[in-house]
Design a protein around this ligand. Structure first.
Ligand SMILES: C[S@@+](CC[C@H](N)C(=O)[O-])C[C@H]1O[C@@H](n2cnc3c(N)ncnc32)[C@H](O)[C@@H]1O
Length: 240
């Protein structure tokens, strides 16, 4: 056994989609000066020099939505004008503050609800909690989702960014919470599931036929939302 071996290695799956630290810090450039001399302008590197996803942030809180995803949500919020945004999985809480601020800027009267089984990573300062409610619960226990019902004014935008028990959560949501025209979004996972379990994924999605439909205006806008933007069926929409 090498003396460099550790006694206990953490399971890196635990960080999938998370990163190791909910706090945002300014990117550090290790291989180049930040102030590049213009006399050497032509030689300057053409890449960023840091992992831009780990450095997405809102008001100093790490936001796990990249710029393309932010742009897609921007358009969806403007069109849907949700009265309630529920996000399953909050991490630092940045996305809740971002959704609250963005809808406010757009003049949309919208409350934002965050649901997570581990609220200890939440970094939203008390001064930024206006119109944001946090609920502790576990997607693996559907009964813990029930308190969300008390908050759901239509139209609802429900985002699964927790990635556990997703299809049972989707079934619960379509039965208990979502009304025609509301949205259910699966972030990040569709491309992985499509790679590793394409048959089951297609089968599971097909079981929601007639209840949910994929919104092709947003479903291919960015990798994080790719083919994971679903709308509760039942009302005609513009351009349908
Ligand atoms: C990808 S992060 C959320 C990122 C955040 N929505 C954003 O855009 O910045 C996933 C979150 O899901 C939470 N989570 C994991 N398993 C869960 C479960 N079974 N029920 C509820 N939340 C869970 C984790 O604690 C973590 O905060």
């Amino acid at each position: 056994m090498s003396e460099n071996f550790r006694k206990d290695y953490l399971d890196l799956n635990a960080f999938r989609g998370l990163g190791e630290d909910p706090a945002y810090t300014l990117p550090q450039l290790v291989d180049r000066p930040r102030a590049w001399p213009l006399s050497r302008w032509a030689e300057a590197p053409r890449d960023l020099g840091f992992n831009d996803f780990l450095n997405c942030q809102w008001k100093g809180l790490r936001l796990l939505k990249d710029p393309e995803t932010q742009s897609a949500y921007h358009n969806l919020l403007w069109e849907l004008r949700p009265r309630t945004i529920i996000e399953l999985g909050i991490y630092s809480g940045a996305s809740l503050v971002w959704f609250r601020d963005l809808t406010r800027l757009m003049g949309i009267d919208c409350k934002v609800i965050g649901f997570d089984k581990n609220l200890t990573r939440n970094r939203i300062p008390a001064s930024e909690m206006d119109n944001i409610t946090l609920i502790e619960g576990d997607c693996n226990d559907l009964s813990t989702l029930e308190p969300l019902l008390a908050h759901a004014d239509q139209p609802v935008l429900l985002i699964d960014d927790a990635h556990w028990n997703t299809f049972n959560v989707m079934s619960w949501a379509t039965t208990r919470l979502l009304k025609p025209g509301d949205y259910f979004i699966i972030e990040d996972m569709i491309q992985f599931w499509d790679r590793y379990s394409p048959k089951l994924l297609a089968e599971y999605l097909a079981s929601f036929d007639g209840v949910l439909e994929m919104d092709m205006l947003y479903a291919n806008t960015c990798p994080q939302l790719q083919r994971g933007v679903f709308r509760r069926s039942g009302v005609e929409q513009q351009g349908a």
